[in-house]
Structure formats: structure tokens, C-alpha cells
Design a protein around this ligand. Structure first.
Ligand code: 5AD
Ligand code: SF4
Length: 465
């Protein structure tokens, strides 16, 4: 088993009733050993953990039920903000006492960022591997099995993607498919290009074959993943455009919903909106991080677009035939952000009317240009701006959601709150709807819900069939 702490956009708390592999037959001959993966970070990290688990299964390991029981204990790390990075060493400290007889590994973004330094700070760790080297995991595990003490996979310069024969899927209802790894942008605040390496797209054939397998295994919802998912560039001779890949995944028998995240505004094209318009299976939701409403700050962030260019793309989305919900990410307190820059961000949130905003205070990261920029904003001021922004956005969302009272939506049920005898799920717009129903089992079902009440972050409805 693995324990997952999602801090990504899709903080799904699905009841993991029958999580499993797509292809149990690919599991290796049992070797009597077990593994446990603890994951922090974004959706990409969670899905990487599913694939890393697949590598262990195919080598004959079984999932451990607890950390204490595991022979191999892996920590899949995040380093997007300092807090996430700090957590890693305190967690590794907590694992020190049980290091005897176990293999302890650190994988993911902090592994890449800190490299062999991790062995210095936590000598009980014997594997350090960044995501761009996961394809080497079988070799690294073999080295450890034959007594290797310290093994590393820290190459960044790669054009390969991480393909696994099996993936141990933790979410029984929504299946993730990575279509592009790494990032070729160079936002001045961001560690990702340094931790995940350059952009690599998977061939459209491989993506479509995986999606078909998932549909065959009973999944009805697929989420395509990439740090900049819409920068997808098919390396195969078909050279399928991203919008056409969306259409083809959506056309697979049995697939009822297709989502994709995260889109970069610079690569956001009208064709994506046209594909959504033409294909109801493509969900009415786009996550389009803006980061700031000030062109001056966007330039310092090296986001490659202005406020006006972003708003122009928003106008394409707003002109769609179906109402498409839009969510975003915002950073406040970037070096040099004035009160006026911040106000432009607040005004942009009002103008766009997002259905969700993931907002963060700027956190200086190693190897990034913004780290050495002048005019750092004091932490208290960053916190104040964050609170102001979140209060404002809360009111925007409440007003937007209030307009939905009385409407009816199809909800894919993904959660059961047994204590409250309530169910919850998401609409195509990714809005959360809580509702009560006498049905004993609704997980994975698509139900019609009429909205009776609105809150800022969710809706309350009644099951109407
Ligand atoms: N500080 C704060 N937030 C950051 N993000 C990325 N890097 C940083 C940083 N250094 C945010 C961005 C990104 C989201 C995943 O995390 O908003 O879109
Ligand atoms: Fe980071 Fe920018 Fe790449 Fe997103 S587009 S992963 S924010 S560098």
C-alpha cells in the first residue's frame, strides 16, 4: 500500500476499495519482500508513485500494509516550495529508528535537487533517484538487492519517458496517464525544470493504447497529466496535435470523462476549446495557471505572456458553447511585487471569475533566478496578501456557486462520507457536489443531482436519479 498526501488541484479523497493493477499477470515471481511508498506533492508525483509501485510488483515485491512492515520504504518527495522540502528531512529523521534491515529510498523532486547530499544528512538512506531516472529503477533495485549501499539515479539530461509494464493504480475510479514529462519553460521562481528535466512527450500510440487498456479495465474517467500538458508534441510519425489526442482519447469506448492538467497559457490554443465544444466527453474544465495579474511581474516571472494575452485566451474559453469552468494558480509576494501589482491580480480574479484558485506565497527555491532578485517581500506581507486574495476569491466562488442552485448536474460519485451518510462527487466542471442518497453503493456511478445549496468550495444537492 502507499499513503498519498495530495496537494495538487484534484484533492480527491476516493475510498480506495479495490485499487489494483491493470495487469496482475505481469507481476513478478514473489520474492518475499514488501515495499511502501509515501508520496507528497502534485498529481504527477502521485501517478509516478503508481508506476514505481508497478516496477516493484513486477520484480516480485508485494505492497506492505504499513511502514513498519516494509522491507523497502520509499519517500516520494516534492520541492516546489520550501515547506515541502523541509518536511522531507524531518520525515527521514522519524524513519531513522527503523532503518535497520530496511532499504530506505528518497525519490522525486527533492531527491533530484539534493542528490548525494541526502546521504550526508541521512546516512540511513541507500537510494536517491529523481523522476527523470525512474526508467533506471529496475537496475538500481537490482544493485541494492545484491548488497549495494548507496545507489543513485540523478541524470536530468534525458529524452526518455518512464514506461512501466504495470502500474499499481491507487484510485479505482479515475485513472491517470502521463503524456508529457519535464518542462521546457524557465519560470524564474520554479524548480521543476531542475528537478524533472526537459520536456519529453510519449508517443500518441502509447498513450492511446494505455487509455484503451484502462477503459477495458473498467475506468470511465481518464486524466492526462503533464507539467505543461498542452505543450504535448507527439514524437511518433503521426505527430498528433494535443487537441486531436484529446479527441481520440475521448472517443474510446467506455470512457465517459477526460480531463487534462496542467495547461500553460502560452500553448493554450483555440483548438483545445473547439475540441471541448465538439466532444462532451472532454470535461468542461481547464486549469490555466496565471500566477499574477501584473504584466510587469509576469515578465519578471518569465511566464512568456502578458495579462492581456492571458485574458484573450480566457475570452476564447468564455465564448465556448458549454460553460467551461476555469481554475488557476497564483503566487503572491514575488520579489518586487508592489501593492499596485497585487491589486492587478485581485482585479484579474474578479474579471475572470475562477471556480477555484490555488494560491501560494512566493517561496525562494535553489537554482532559480528569482532567488537572487532584489526587493524580497517580507513574510508577514506575503501572508497578508494571501489572506486578502483568498478572502476575495472565497466571495467570488460563493457568488458563482449560488447561481447554480436549482440546476441539475451529472455527478461522478467518488467519495462516501459514512459518518454523515453522504456521498460526494464531481461535475464535468470539476465542482464538488455533496448529496445524500439511500443507495448502498454509489462509488463510480454517474448520478443526476439537483443543487439545493451553495458553499464557496462545494455544492449541496439531492440525488434525482
Ligand atoms: N513559490 C511559490 N509557489 C510556487 N509555485 C511554483 N513554484 C513556486 C514557488 N517557488 C506554484 C505555482 C505553480 C504551482 C504548482 O506551484 O503557482 O503553478
Ligand atoms: Fe514550473 Fe513554469 Fe514549468 Fe510550470 S511552466 S513547471 S511553473 S517552470
Amino acid at each position: 500500500m502507499s499513503r498519498t498526501f495530495d496537494i495538487g488541484i484534484d484533492d480527491l479523497k476516493a475510498v480506495r476499495t479495490h485499487a489494483g493493477t491493470e495487469s496482475a499477470s505481469a507481476a513478478g515471481t514473489p520474492n518475499g519482500k514488501s515495499f511502501f511508498i509515501e508520496t507528497f506533492g502534485c498529481q504527477m508525483n502521485s501517478h509516478d508513485a503508481e508506476k514505481v509501485a508497478g516496477v516493484f510488483l513486477s520484480r516480485g515485491y508485494r505492497p506492505a500494509q504499513s511502514i513498519a512492515e516494509a522491507d523497502v520504504l520509499l519517500y516520494n518527495t516534492c520541492s516546489i516550495r520550501e515547506k515541502a522540502a523541509q518536511k522531507v528531512f524531518s520525515r527521514l529523521g522519524a524513519w531513522r529508528g527503523m532503518a535497520d534491515g530496511k532499504i530506505i529510498g528518497v525519490i522525486g523532486c527533492l531527491a533530484q535537487q539534493e542528490g548525494e547530499e541526502i546521504f550526508e544528512r541521512a546516512p540511513w538512506v541507500s537510494l536517491v533517484c529523481g523522476s527523470a531516472s525512474y526508467r533506471k529503477l529496475p537496475e538500481l533495485i537490482a544493485e541494492l538487492e545484491s548488497g549495494g549501499r548507496r545507489v543513485t539515479g540523478l541524470d536530468l539530461d534525458t529524452d526518455e519517458t518512464f514506461e512501466t509494464e504495470i502500474t499499481r493504480r491507487d484510485n479505482p475510479l479515475r485513472a491517470y496517464i502521463t503524456i508529457i514529462e519535464g518542462c521546457n519553460y524557465a519560470c524564474s521562481y520554479c524548480v521543476v525544470p531542475h528537478t524533472r528535466g526537459p520536456e519529453r512527450s510519449r508517443s500518441s500510440d502509447a498513450v492511446l493504447a494505455e487509455a484503451k487498456r484502462l477503459a477495458g479495465a473498467g475506468y470511465t474517467e481518464i486524466q492526462l497529466l503533464g507539467q505543461t500538458v498542452n505543450s504535448y508534441s507527439d514524437p511518433s510519425p503521426r505527430n498528433l496535435a494535443f487537441a486531436n489526442l484529446l479527441r481520440e482519447v475521448a472517443a474510446i469506448d467506455g470512457i465517459r470523462r477526460v480531463r487534462f492538467t496542467t495547461s500553460h497559457p502560452n500553448d493554450f490554443s483555440r483548438e483545445i476549446v473547439e475540441a471541448i465544444d465538439a466532444t462532451p466527453v472532454l470535461c468542461d474544465h481547464i486549469h490555466l495557471p496565471v500566477q499574477s495579474g501584473s504584466t510587469r511581474i509576469l515578465k519578471a516571472m518569465r511566464r512568456t505572456y502578458t495579462r492581456e494575452q492571458y485574458l484573450e485566451k480566457m475570452s476564447w474559453i468564455r465564448a465556448a458553447r458549454r460553460p467551461i469552468s476555469v481554475t488557476t494558480d497564483v503566487i503572491v509576494g514575488f520579489p518586487g511585487e508592489t501593492e499596485s501589482d497585487f491589486e492587478q491580480t485581485l482585479a484579474l480574479l474578479e474579471e475572470v471569475g475562477y471556480d477555484g484558485v490555488f494560491s501560494f506565497t512566493y517561496s525562494p527555491r535553489p537554482n532559480t533566478d528569482a532567488k537572487s532578485m532584489p526587493d524580497a517581500i517580507p513574510e508577514e506581507e506575503k501572508a497578508r496578501r494571501l489572506a486578502v486574495l483568498q478572502d476575495g476569491q472565497r466571495a467570488i466562488q460563493l457568488a458563482r456557486n449560488a447561481k447554480l442552485v436549482g440546476s441539475q448536474f451529472e455527478v461522478m460519485v467518488d467519495t462516501h462520507h459514512a459518518a454523515r451518510s453522504q456521498w460526494a462527487g464531481r461535475t464535468t466542471q470539476n465542482l464538488i457536489v455533496n448529496f445524500s442518497s439511500p443507495h448502498p453503493s454509489l462509488l463510480g456511478e454517474y448520478v443526476q443531482a439537483r443543487i439545493t445549496r451553495a458553499a464557496p468550495y462545494s455544492l449541496v444537492g439531492e440525488d434525482v436519479g
